[in-house]
Design a binder for this molecule. Structure first.
Ligand code: UT7
Length: 333
């Protein structure tokens, strides 16, 4: 029998400070009405100075492990666009702080698709027999990457972390990762980028401008690419699984924009109310987005044991992906 990777627990954490649209409108040329109608976001959580991505990841990781009943993990895969430092990776710090000393640990950089890439890496480690318990974390302090005066990015992104624990099991059991599809197009690298701080900028010499250190996004182009790629990837993974669109009970899409999620649902032929939504409260939390939506969906009862679930995401790179599974019977503490 083929060994499968099964979700055994989930956990999430958002920093306590809430920033409402109205608060942003006091310092940026924007309005609560614009942000709500164009994105679906009403508020986001933002870290206080001194709090880093690993702080959020440790909290989410601990909660996922506790909820899974596992007393440890031998692999930590962490998706983030905002590592604590450019070098080394943040996953070993997180593993050690959680008490998973000597566990294998590495970061995955796929921006808003990061959780799906990390999930696939973790699941593959289980199916290959390389690991017995994997902690997959998506964690971001995106607020640290934004130009505080940029109204095209600041209202969109929020900080947070979400995690799942994977264990070995059987492909047909609830919680088993059924199929995953991942893709990328480096020709779209400039659509979402931080130009400075990397080898490219250093090899050209010179000091990066302040602006080069901030995340920039061509929102409109990203919007259309996100709808197209998430729809295509979803169709691919559904075909691999042997599910019809009508079989999908819940769409858990990267919470980038309510209009993007509804457009993907519409193109797939899914009623929009099948989408699990928490973007109104947390904004776009990049790699943390899908696991945070899982936690909120479970807490609100919009995601239940036995639901056939479709994940999909699109992010910088460009990267994208989709995955299928039947939601298991899990508890949250
Ligand atoms: O996580 C994966 C990657 N990210 C995404 O998937 C995000 C994808 N993109 C989007 O969600 C949307 O493109 C945005 C929400 C970022 C922007 O919405 P849009 O409907 O595409 O607006 P736009 O960029 O076309 O801008 C429309 C207008 C512009 O003004 P003019 O040129 O028409 O006069 C912008 O300058 O809205 C203006 N604008 C704003 N106005 C008020 C842009 N940002 C704001 C703002 N408040 N915050």
């Amino acid at each position: 029998m083929t060994r499968a990777a099964v979700i055994a627990g989930v956990g999430g954490f958002v920093p306590p400070r809430v920033v409402t649209n109205s608060e942003l409108a006091q310092r940026l040329e924007t309005s609560d009405a614009w942000i709500r109608t164009r994105t679906g976001i009403a508020q986001r959580h933002v870290v206080d100075p001194g709090t880093t991505t690993s702080d959020l990841a440790v909290e989410a990781g601990r909660r996922a492990l506790k909820n899974s009943g596992a007393d440890g993990a031998d692999l930590v895969v962490m998706a983030t666009t905002t590592p604590d430092r450019p070098c080394p990776a943040t996953a070993p710090t997180v593993a050690t702080r959680i008490g998973l000393s000597n566990a294998a640990a590495f970061d995955v950089a796929a921006v808003c698709s990061g959780f799906l890439y990390a999930l696939q890496a973790g699941a593959a480690a289980i199916t290959a027999g390389f690991a017995e318990r994997v902690l997959v974390i998506g964690a971001e302090t995106f607020s640290t990457l934004l130009n505080p005066e940029d109204r095209t990015t600041v209202p969109i992104f929020g900080d947070g972390a979400g995690a799942v624990v994977l264990r070995p099991g059987e492909r047909e059991e609830p919680g088993a990762i059924r199929d995953v599809h991942l893709g990328s197009d480096g020709g779209m690298a400039d659509l979402m980028t931080v130009r400075g701080g990397g080898a490219e900028q250093r090899s050209h010499g010179g000091v990066p401008s302040q602006d080069d250190q901030y995340f920039r996004m061509s929102g409109k182009a990203v919007f259309f690419a996100a709808v197209r790629r998430m729809t295509e990837s979803s169709r691919t993974v559904l075909a691999r699984t042997g599910w019809q669109v009508a079989d999908v009970d819940r769409l858990v899409a990267h919470q980038a924009n309510t209009r993007i999620i509804h457009a993907v649902a519409e193109q797939l032929g899914l009623p929009p109310d099948r989408a699990v939504m928490n973007i109104d409260r947390v904004g776009n939390t990049s790699a943390a987005s899908i696991p945070l939506a899982l936690v909120d969906g479970m807490a609100e009862g919009t995601l239940k044991a036995g639901d056939r679930v479709l994940f999909t995401a699109f992010g910088g790179g460009a990267t994208w992906g989709a995955a299928t599974l039947t939601w298991p019977d899990l508890s949250l503490t």
